[in-house]
Write a protein that binds this ligand. Structure first.
Ligand SMILES: Nc1ncnc2c1ncn2[C@@H]1O[C@H](COP(=O)(O)OP(=O)(O)O)[C@@H](O)[C@H]1O
Ligand SMILES: [Mg+2]
Length: 489
């Protein structure tokens, strides 16, 4: 069956033409008595006369002459007039073929409401007209889909398949709709189950509202603290492995996360070892992973700004003698527009002497590929990958970072340079601290986009440095981003 629906329907102001049961001459619109000047108008008038005045009209409606007339009108850009002539013919001769023809034409023009009446009639025309009934039911199903009535659409497709099980189009559409419904039912069942389990685990103090995230170790729920009357995030650990071990890890995670009083670290509010749960401030803006998924990629300026905040926060975490070791987009949340680092689970494991993390973001020394102690630079490695992922919408290949979606020029070269330094296998190539890295990243992001401005800027700063003396010139030359200003020779 061919595709017969237009993209958008226009509800017509006239009701669909309904053929009279008897008296073929009744109910026809009366043409005003005028002398048509367009030859096509003359044709219409002649054709109408044969339909209405001539008692032989029945034959004319089913003749090749009528079809020729319709083609001529279509060819002359008078599709609507052709539809009206066809409606008149149908009024005189209630034939299934003409009804289908008119329905197809109206659907093609997007006159869904008017076509619907004809389609319903086609379905009622009886089993001997099952080809037309199948067409009509498929079209009615498509209309119901366009109108968002999935149940009605499914009913239509199932009725078509009862007429002819082999029709590919309604079969595929019915399968797709059924799968969608099952998915929806499955998701709401899962949500209900999660809520139930969460409610049981949370105890009397917290009223679980819904699940907001899930990681390898725990599920996080939005919940209402009944005592303090505020919404919180409840991290309930999966009941896996040894109970004592789990309790130790939970306490360790809570202590590390709770030791920070930092504007960019998710505050821990409480810990319940008996119930395996951690209570945190609820971050309302979702995760960076969700933002990247939703937007495809972030604006470069936002990614740079966010990267600088992350690197400075990591510097503070490192200064406090801790490592995070699981920096990745799903562990970076937004709260009131601010970036927040969460999930110190892996940091806790480090204290307990285990190696963990997320392989795609792990530095070579963390993966055991490099015989070097795991230190702050492992977090900088992961942060470099996160910024590259935010700019490009996907993780870069291991090796050196490339940002092919950015315009070629100083800014792109400098950002590639900074991110490649952060993710360099050589520890000596990586910046020593998050703070230095944040400065470099912000400088790179502030460079001009185009080569012309880059070259002008290079000439200008070189002139200034030369004026200051040899030392300033040497300092400028050794700056890691200066070479990015000019195109490579
Ligand atoms: N305080 C919070 N507010 C809002 N969402 C959170 C919060 N903490 C965690 N989440 C969501 O729950 C997910 C899992 O939490 P996380 O602490 O990373 O668990 P895991 O240790 O299992 O990885 C996170 O990726 C995030 O989407
Ligand atoms: Mg996590």
């Amino acid at each position: 069956m061919k595709k017969f629906l237009g993209a958008e329907g226009v509800v017509p102001d006239r009701a669909p033409a309904e053929p009279p049961s008897e008296a073929p001459d009744e109910g026809l619109p009366q043409e005003p008595a005028r002398q048509p000047s367009d030859p096509l108008d003359q044709n219409i008038a002649r054709a109408r006369a044969r339909l209405t005045v001539d008692r032989e009209g029945r034959r004319y409606a089913e003749s090749a002459d009528l079809q020729a007339e319709l083609s001529a009108l279509d060819g002359g850009g008078r599709r609507k007039a052709a539809d009206e002539l066809l409606a008149d013919a149908l009024l005189c001769t209630p034939s299934t073929e003409l009804r289908r023809q008119l329905a197809e034409r109206l659907l093609h023009r997007g006159e869904r409401a008017r076509a619907k009446g004809l389609l319903v009639r086609l379905v009622d025309d009886g089993p001997e007209e099952s080809v037309h009934a199948a067409f009509a039911l498929t079209a009615l199903g498509e209309i119901a889909e366009l109108e968002g009535d999935v149940d009605e659409a499914l009913r239509c497709y199932e009725r078509v398949l009862a007429l002819d099980i082999s029709l590919p189009q309604p079969k595929a559409r019915a399968r797709r709709l059924r799968a969608g419904q099952e998915r929806k039912e499955g998701a709401s069942e899962r949500a209900a189950l999660a809520r139930f389990l969460g409610t049981r685990a949370a105890g009397a103090r917290y009223a679980v509202v819904d699940e907001i995230g899930r990681g390898g170790a725990a599920t996080v729920f939005r919940a209402r603290d009944r005592r303090v009357l505020r919404d919180v995030a409840l991290k309930i650990f999966h009941p896996r492995g040894n109970r004592e071990e789990r309790k130790k890890r939970l306490v360790e995670e809570a202590r590390i996360a709770g030791s920070f009083d930092h504007p960019h670290v998710v505050p821990v509010l409480d810990l319940d070892e008996e119930r395996d749960l951690l209570v945190m401030v609820l971050c309302d803006g979702g995760s960076l992973q969700r933002s990247i998924q939703q937007q495809g990629k972030l604006r470069t300026a936002s990614a740079v700004e966010l990267g600088a905040v992350l690197l400075r926060t990591l510097a503070d975490i490192h200064d406090a003698g801790q490592l995070h070791l699981d920096i990745k987009p799903s562990n970076l949340l937004f709260h009131e527009g601010q970036l927040m680092v969460c999930d110190f689970g892996t940091a806790g494991l480090k204290e307990l002497g285990a190696a963990a993390g997320t392989r795609a973001y792990m530095a070579p020394e963390q993966l055991g590929f490099l015989a070097a102690p795991v230190g702050p630079q492992a977090d900088l490695w992961a942060a470099g990958l996160v910024v590259a992922e935010a700019i490009e919408g996907r993780l870069p290949h291991r090796g050196s970072v490339e940002l092919p979606t950015l315009a070629i020029g100083p800014r792109r070269r400098a950002l590639e340079r900074v991110l490649s330094m952060l993710t360099s296998v050589e520890l000596t190539q990586r910046p020593l601290s998050g703070r230095t890295a944040a400065e470099l990243l912000l400088e790179a992001g502030a460079l001009p986009q185009g080569d012309l401005e880059g070259t002008q800027l290079a000439t200008h700063v070189e002139m200034l440095a030369r004026r200051e003396g040899e030392e300033a010139l040497a300092r400028l030359k050794s700056h890691p981003l200066v070479s990015a200003l000019r195109p490579p020779t």
